[in-house]
Design a protein around this ligand. Structure first.
Ligand code: F0G
Length: 355
């Protein structure tokens, strides 16, 4: 066995890179597909969790960023810019700095998890907090890229570099399972990832690597569910800050992925997102950030509504690591983290109700 080389070298022929593209990689991708006994029991299905928090900067964004930043380096630019709810900025900062480019990131003021803010800064980004939401940040980032010699590395980009890299996650699922699943669930924010997975599954099947296509089930947070509502949300609100997006850039493509695959896009309330996050951590040992638990919450909700036929093979993408946003996890834990004992064996045993 040889070491994993990152998504560009592993899937080079599927990606828009040439022999002269300088490969900027942190050996992203190759993430685990973990079986879930809990969700299998609940649904009567075979359920696999694609753990994208295991990427180098802790989210799936690294798959697309290796391509976007490699292409920016190839083009000879000096500066890259992105709008972000946090994970894209963390990833852009790491990859751009590695390539010797200056990362600039625009994030909604006070609305991104602390871990992500720290990542952007330690990786050397020029960080601007924008007094507005993600949609405002994206508008500003696009404007900068139009006016100045700065390359936009958002998945909204017409060059599709980010989406090209992100579709490798679908390739990996097929490579590991031997075929596409019946159903693929994932969270939807700006709607780039659902678009990328659907493209990946289609390309792999067209090339004969899979015999079928999954139905794509995407989920938005109830307070930020423009695709479900069929209209933009001016003031999106959700505990899942990563997907607090009111005007998804890939709206049309997400709807196409839904309709072409015979899938659905639905919304889940914040309470169910947090409950799914906590159960996934406590029962399966997989700690994800709130937005990343949305697919799991969606599956549980669909199961309760009788929409999940047993016997299917299901893959759920959990998109980012739980350590990105410890504040939300600690707030949910409440008094559980406040138990203090003296350095005394009896008191310790009593506190643990062992005596
Ligand atoms: N999960 C996480 C953890 C995310 O950070 C995002 C998007 C999504 C899901 C949704 O993916 O936008 O492709 O539909 N985060 C972006 C960011 C918006 O700026 O980091 P999507």
């Amino acid at each position: 066995p040889r070491p994993w080389r990152g998504v560009i070298e592993e899937y080079r022929s599927w990606l828009p890179v040439g022999p002269d593209t300088p490969v900027v990689t942190l050996c992203e991708g190759g993430t685990p597909l973990v079986p879930s006994a809990w969700l299998a029991e609940v649904t009567g299905c075979e359920v696999w969790i694609k753990v994208e928090g295991d990427n180098p900067t802790g989210s799936f964004k690294d798959r697309g960023m290796t391509v976007a930043v490699s292409k920016a380096a190839e083009a000879g630019v000096k500066m890259v810019v992105c709008a972000s709810t946090g994970n894209t900025s963390a990833s852009a900062a790491a990859y751009a700095s590695r390539a010797g480019l200056q990362p600039v990131v625009l994030v909604p003021e006070g609305r991104i998890a602390q871990g992500k803010l720290a990542q952007a800064i330690v990786h050397g980004a020029r960080l601007l907090q924008v007094r507005g939401n993600f949609d405002d940040c994206l508008r500003l980032a696009r404007g900068l890229a139009e006016e100045y010699p700065v390359v936009l590395v958002n998945s909204a980009n017409e060059d599709n570099y980010r989406l090209a890299g992100q579709k490798t996650a679908a390739f990996e699922v097929v490579d590991v399972l031997g075929d596409a699943p019946d159903l693929h669930l994932l969270p939807v924010g700006n709607a780039g990832n659902v678009t990328a997975y659907w493209a990946g599954y289609q390309e792999y099947a067209a090339a004969g690597h899979a015999t079928r296509l999954p139905r794509m089930w995407g989920f938005q947070a109830a307070g930020a569910a423009p695709i479900v509502a069929g209209q933009p949300v001016e003031h999106p609100e959700t505990v899942a800050t990563a997907i607090r997006v009111g005007r998804p850039a890939r709206w049309t493509q997400a709807v196409a992925a839904r309709d072409e695959s015979g899938g659905r896009i639905d919304a889940v309330p914040d309470e169910e997102i947090l409950a799914a996050q906590s159960k996934l951590a406590a029962r399966e040992g997989v700690f994800v950030e709130p937005a990343s638990a949305v697919g799991v919450a969606g599956l549980l909700r669909a199961q309760a509504e009788g929409l999940v036929d047993p016997g299917q093979r299901i893959v759920i993408t959990v998109t980012g690591h739980g350590l990105k946003d410890v504040d939300t996890a600690l707030a949910a834990a409440g008094d559980l983290v406040k138990l203090v004992v003296p350095p005394d064996p009896e008191a310790t045993a009593r506190a643990l109700e062992l005596r």
